[in-house]
Design a protein around this ligand. Structure first.
Ligand code: TRP
Length: 460
């Protein structure tokens, strides 16, 4: 068993977990998912899922981690339910898959930082070609994975905690400045309207499970990342307060990212459903229009901070399989880190190559029977984000409610929150893990599998 060195301060855990939550999911993925999901409708569903549905799952993950001081596979064994460690195993697979493509996108962000330094504001117009340059983008991906591995090999260091505490506020300030700027542009309010005013005709099942997948992804839930981080938390920490803070930090940054993007997108006359290229296509031109020196400064700072936000997330994604390998296979931390990082980088190669470079991975067949295709990165997203994370959330809430059960589950929370059992939180949590989460997550899991992999769309 590895020695668990805990977080340095009470806030250390919240900072690290918020660092895990806040990442490309908020700034890159969220705006284009809103764009594809018809705007305000997606936003409302996302907010509802984060606060109502994800909250009980988040609390359960942290409590399981703190109780057992283990990785997501070992945790269920320690609690005496080895069969349920399937949750952790599923989480390991999800973590590997998510990091494999996440790292590719993080590499783009880092590459854009370099382009901005060089004042190359036209890069946005060449995004499509940029991501086909596998040597360049591959090198950035390698640098990114290497940095992630280096940090994880040092343990949950005070370095990344401190860096996150300094960098996150800076990121918020830059984003808010860009919000202010973007609101002055022509058509800005069209963008705000699209973002904030829901259009009921956009309510589709597709939007529901996209919003749910996004909520889980954004909060780093459903794969045991917070079981892992929870395993480093002190017993006097109030899990409920922590979960509230983490959720607010995450949702807040995503919300600001939307306020920043949609006025920009509409002012440039671009379609809001521009897909994964959205920020990479739109922003460089905007930075360019700020004028030489200022554009270089703001542009490079933005993509640098985006890279840092991504880094605190990749660290948490890598920590999950690493903590498993260290705890359960008894391999030294340093060796485990580099081994796992290498494997994940290799798993990510089709995502890297699949962006138009090689047809083999561009037109990847996802449906069993049907000939509908997608690129490899999207395929991994369908499997890991849309399918595995909700399934993981379903199983975690079932476990907390019906296997671990109330006295032990609540007992763990009460350690840092005397009086919890008589609070309103405990009532909501009970309702959440017993009824709300299993029903909705289970249903969405089934509908998603049918739709994504069998081409059967029950509700369009
Ligand atoms: N939440 C991160 C983001 O929004 C990504 C991430 C980090 C994640 N760790 C995770 C997603 C664990 C799912 C599970 O960018």
């Amino acid at each position: 068993m590895a020695i668990r060195s805990g977080f340095s301060s009470r806030l250390g855990f919240v900072a690290a977990a918020a660092g895990s939550a806040v990442g490309l999911g908020n700034i890159w993925k969220f705006p284009f998912e809103v764009g594809a999901g018809g705007g305000g409708v997606f936003l409302i569903m996302y907010l509802a899922f984060c606060f109502l549905l994800c909250f009980p799952v988040m609390v359960a993950e942290i409590a399981i981690g703190r109780k057992t001081q283990r990785n997501p596979v070992g945790a269920f064994k320690v609690l005496g339910f080895p069969k349920w460690s399937i949750i952790g195993k599923l989480g390991l697979v999800s973590g590997v898959l998510i990091l494999s493509f996440y790292n590719v996108v993080a590499g783009w962000a880092f590459g854009y930082f370099l382009e901005m330094i060089m004042g190359n504001f036209t890069i946005g117009e060449h995004f499509g070609e940029y991501i086909k340059d596998v040597v360049k983008v591959g090198a950035y991906g390698l640098i990114f994975m290497g940095t992630t591995a280096y940090i994880v090999s040092k343990g949950i260091s005070g370095g990344i905690e401190k860096a996150a505490k300094l960098l996150m506020p800076t990121l918020v300030i830059i984003m808010l400045s860009l919000v202010a700027y973007s609101l002055t542009l022509d058509n800005a309010w069209e963008g705000i309207k699209f973002y904030l005013v829901p259009d009921i005709s956009e309510v589709r099942l597709e939007v529901v499970y996209k919003a749910l997948g996004q909520a889980f992804f954004s909060l780093s839930l459903g794969m045991g990342a917070l079981i892992t981080y929870g395993s480093y938390v002190g017993k006097n920490e109030n899990i409920i307060t922590s979960a509230v803070l983490i959720t607010f930090a995450d949702v807040g940054i995503a919300f600001i990212a939307g306020l920043m993007m949609f006025p920009l997108v509409f002012s440039q006359g671009l379609p809001p459903n521009g897909g994964p290229g959205l920020i990479f296509v739109t922003l460089p031109g905007v930075f360019g229009s700020l004028g030489g020196g200022l554009g270089i400064f703001i542009g490079s700072l933005f993509f640098l901070l985006l890279s840092f936000a991504a880094l605190t997330s990749t660290v948490s994604l890598l920590e999950v399989p690493v903590s498993y390998v260290v705890d359960e296979l008894d391999i030294r931390r340093t060796k485990a880190v580099w081994l796992v990082a290498l494997i994940i980088f290799v798993v990510g190669l089709p995502s890297l190559i699949g962006n138009g470079y090689s047809a083999m991975f561009t037109n990847f067949i996802t449906y069993l029977g049907d000939e509908k295709t997608t690129n490899f990165m999207d395929f991994v997203g369908h499997v890991a984000n849309d399918t595995f994370l909700p399934l993981g959330g379903f199983l975690i809430s079932m476990f907390a409610a019906y296997i671990w059960k109330k006295p032990k589950f609540y007992g763990e929370i009460s350690k840092g929150y005397p009086g919890f059992e008589n609070s309103i939180w405990s009532k909501y949590l009970g309702f959440g893990v017993r009824y709300l989460c299993p029903t909705i997550l289970g249903l969405l899991f089934i509908l998603t599998v049918l739709d994504r992999f069998f081409g059967i769309t029950v509700i369009a």
